[in-house]
Design a binder for this molecule. Structure first.
Ligand code: BGC
Length: 253
């Protein structure tokens, strides 16, 4: 029997999910997506997740469920709220989802899920050593994985660079908001990635988020000694990683 799990990726603008074939990292169903309810309040988001899981579970009632979310997740609690409603801070989020769904779930940070997926199925597959994945979107997410073992909740999007929160300077949404050219944005990315390189000396940077499909426009503009490559799983990375972690929380390789 194929190993299947349901992955749900909660973001600031959309909530998406699919059933995942864990052996191949392929989606076993179509991906379904809903808009994140205005304001991103916990009860409203839970309602959407219940609807998605019900729709996906279909014949896969017993499939484990993994959910990822853009916040620090400690023992099932969300401990931050950078781009979501403050009501998530300190909330027993995993328990809230489990109660509404009537089943156990595995609940993790979204960038951690994406990093695990890229290591297992995507750009970093087979790469040893220290892999630092960053997602460039509304915020900057990070996943630090050393020899296949995830160090969770690194939150490197909130490093202070030039006196400011890094994601406020260099997230993709800032490029859009300020209508920066690729070159203007790359200058900010250069500051950010050189700082990460100085602090962590990783063996590999993986750059994810929707913008990674335009990697030719900005990755070649960066001058780093660490190889820096685009993620390959794009918008499915969170779904795949959440599903993978639902079955085997750690280590990931
Ligand atoms: C949050 C992280 C999240 C990242 C990407 C940041 O603002 O603090 O928890 O991983 O955005 O969504």
């Amino acid at each position: 029997m194929t190993d299947l799990a349901i992955g749900i990726d909660i973001g600031g603008t959309g909530i998406k999910g699919a059933v995942v074939d864990l052996a191949t990292g392929e989606l076993a169903t179509d991906r379904i997506k809903r808009s994140t309810p205005e304001g991103g309040k916990p009860d409203d988001i839970v309602e959407v997740v219940v609807e998605l899981v019900d729709a996906l579970a279909g014949e896969h009632r017993d499939a484990p469920v993994g959910v990822c979310f853009p916040a620090i997740v400690l023992d099932g609690r969300t401990m931050s709220a950078a781009n979501v409603d403050d009501a998530w801070i300190g909330l027993e989020a995993e328990a809230l989802f489990e109660k509404a769904l009537g089943r156990d779930i595995h609940f993790v940070n979204d960038a951690d899920a994406a990093g695990v997926a890229e290591l297992r199925y995507g750009a970093a597959k087979g790469r040893e050593g220290l892999v630092l994945m960053t997602t460039l979107g509304t915020g900057i997410g990070s996943a630090l994985i050393n020899r296949g073992v995830l160090v969770p909740n690194t939150e490197l999007g909130h490093l202070e660079v030039d006196g400011k929160d890094a994601e406020k300077r260099a997230a993709y949404i800032q490029k859009e908001r300020h209508e920066w050219s690729w070159e203007q944005w790359a200058k900010r990315l250069q500051r950010y990635y050189s700082h990460l390189e100085l602090l962590f000396s990783p063996d590999l940077f993986v750059v994810g988020g929707g913008v990674s499909k335009h990697h030719e426009e900005f990755l070649p503009l960066l001058d780093l000694r660490t190889p820096i490559i685009p993620a390959t799983l794009r918008n499915n990375a969170g779904i795949l990683g959440a599903a993978a972690l639902a079955v085997k929380p750690a280590p990931v390789a």
